[in-house]
Design a protein around this ligand. Sequence first.
Ligand SMILES: *Cc1c(COP(=O)(O)O)cnc(C)c1O
Length: 369
Amino acid sequence: MIKFLDLHKLNARFEAEFQSEFKKFLDSGYYVLGNNVRAFEKEYAAYCGTKHCIGVSNGLDALTLILEAYKILGKLQEGDEIIVPANTYIASILGITKAGLKPVLVEPNAITFNIEASEIEAAISRKTKAILVVHLYGQLTDMSEIYNIAKKQNLLIMEDAAQAHGAVNVEGKKAGNIGDAAGFSFYPTKNLGALGEAGAVTTNDSELAEIIIKLRNYGSASKYVNQYKGVNNRLDEVQAAFLRVKLPHVDADNEIRRQIALRYLNEIQNSHITLPSYQNNASHVFHQFVIRTKDRSGLQEHLNGNGIATLIHYEIPPHKQEAYKEWNHLHFPITEQIHAECLSLPINPILETTEVTQIISVLNHYKNQ
Ligand SMILES: *Cc1c(COP(=O)(O)O)cnc(C)c1O
């Protein structure tokens, strides 16, 4: 069976380094907000090209902290509207509602899966204060028109960069350095994954960074002095140590993902399968390789029967989830069609060439009944 993602194999590549870093961590006797968190923050900010990186507990908390900090800065107020793509992973939207703000869902572009500038413009109201772009499946959102809209309407731009570590646009800007602030997740399956929960905020806004540094640690500016009603959303010291081991390898891993994607794009030939779009540059890091097909369950069964595991990202869009009952009556036809047709093929740095060949061959032999 070709696994969708073999996490053990993925991390076994770094086992010796993990062991030695863990030993140092253990011996240090310093287990919370220590040298590893500080060093990782510095290294990840340098990697993204931003002034600041704040290590936090996970990707959802990263997004929530950005919004809470903007509220403290007076740039957002309870009830303000934030425009977000309807087809995103639900965490983007949970971050907004958790912070007491109102998500306004808009349709994505059917080809890129990312938010569409014309849809943003149509959704702007007097209460709109920000746009949350999501670089879904690892592909950077085309920002050219979005920057103009944001400037004209005085809107903040936030990035959900949880799937796009290392993606770089044609101007050389990396995910995390494209908007006013960005949230990253280092969940184990992401392109840069910890061995547990971890996340980060990146920004060039020093005021915002300073507030988030405090908010994640009980709103505390110095020990037992609390400036804000903060939370405990600290990045774990041992996860920071593991992330420091893996960070120097992200670009090489992303390059392998792109090479696999190019093979899929060049060699999958089946009229029942629609392949994703790719500009043939570093703006896509293929967190997922998502194909579309009318008979998804048939294709998934065919792949499974031939020893190939696949996943669906995602089966139910946020507005059809029980968690957001108030939106269940809404219709987003493009989003709903994507959710009905999408299927993710294995794509990761430890997939063997022979496995890629096998996946392509099985897909090319698929006949829709
Ligand atoms: C993974 C992910 C998140 C949430 O990250 P966690 O670390 O699981 O909280 C948010 N948004 C997107 C698009 C994601 O893929």
